[in-house]
Each structure stands twice: as structure tokens, then as C-alpha cells.
Design a protein. Structure first.
Length: 181
């Protein structure tokens, strides 16, 4: 699944990254608890990627073909719920903790730090220190996440399904129609 998000130059990118962590991180996220923990799917995630001039959320779901319809509906239900209700203080605090740890751990390795410097220079034309990045993520609030949800709603997903076309294609179509209503 793919849907638009803010570009690399947008200050909304920090709230978008935090929102993606809340929704689709591989552990402790809403998708994890809705699909992985109960054993409905093998994998489910949502990630945010910032690019020059555009950003995007990529969603991924892997499950048995016969469970696609139900699991896609659950996945889209998670997106609709956050769109409607926003995020909690607890979710925000957990996501920030994970992201801040990720930024620091990545900066401890030359490859991670050089990649961050190169991306910042390429997309923004500026040097951003680790402290700059930490402060930007620390400044993310529930209100900023709500602004992202208003500007980039999850109601226009492009979906690509791979698998037994007879089963997966039909399931995706019916789940998408139900989710949009």
C-alpha cells in the first residue's frame, strides 16, 4: 500500500515519521497488536519515507491468501481509527523513545552518520547535527501529528497485491470497497 506524505524539506516529516512508528513499527505498534500478535498475519508494517519534493507512507501486509480480505480490512481500520481519533500521549512517548534511540544508535556508526549527513545535505542543503535531529523529534506533539493526518489523510491508498490472483485480487477489491465506505 502506498499513500502520500510530506517531502524531505517539510517540517511535518518528523511528525510523519513518529506517526508511522506508532502505526507500523515491527514491535508494539497498532498494526502489530491488531494483526501480528493475534496471529492474523505474518507481517504488517507502515513506514514513512521522505524524498526530494515528495514523501510517502508504504504499508506492507503478508498473510495467507484466504485471510487477505479480513486482514486488509483490519489494516485499513487501524488507519481510519487514527485518522478519526489521533494518537495517545502514551503512544507518542513510546514512539519518541524508539526514534530518539534509533537516531543516537545510527549516529554511533560511521555509515549511519554519513548517510544522515548526506541525506540532509542532498535534500535540505544544510548540515544537521544529531542534536538538531533529536530536538526536532522531541518537539513532535499530538497536535503536529493531527496536522499531518489532516494534510495527508490515509483515505487514498494505492494497493498492489501479489499472490494467487483468483483469491487475492478479489479479496483486495472487496476489502478496499468496504474500507472506503
Amino acid at each position: 500500500m502506498i499513500t502520500p506524505g510530506p517531502a524531505a524539506k517539510s517540517p511535518m516529516r518528523y511528525a510523519s515519521d513518529t506517526l508511522a512508528m506508532i502505526l507500523g513499527d515491527d514491535s508494539g505498534s497498532r498494526l502489530h497488536w491488531a494483526l501480528i500478535d493475534p496471529g492474523h498475519a505474518d507481517s504488517a508494517d507502515l513506514s514513512f519515507y521522505e524524498y526530494d519534493g515528495a514523501g510517502t507512507y508504504f504499508g506492507f501486509l503478508s498473510c495467507a491468501p484466504k485471510k487477505t480480505d479480513k486482514n486488509l480490512a483490519i489494516f485499513q481500520g487501524v488507519l481510519r481509527q487514527v485518522q478519526k481519533e489521533g494518537v495517545s500521549d502514551r503512544e507518542l512517548a513510546q514512539a519518541k523513545s524508539k526514534i530518539l534511540s534509533r537516531v543516537v544508535r545510527s549516529a554511533e556508526r560511521p555509515m549511519g552518520r554519513m548517510r544522515a549527513i548526506g541525506s540532509s545535505w542532498t535534500y535540505l542543503g544544510e548540515y544537521r547535527s544529531v542534536d538538531d535531529e533529536l530536538k526536532a523529534f522531541e518537539a513532535v506533539t499530538r497536535k503536529k501529528i493531527q496536522q499531518v493526518l489532516e494534510r495527508y489523510p490515509f483515505d487514498d491508498l494505492a494497493i498492489l497485491a501479489l499472490g494467487p490472483a483468483k483469491k487475492v485480487g478479489n479479496a483486495v477489491g472487496s476489502a478496499a470497497r468496504k474500507a472506503i465506505k
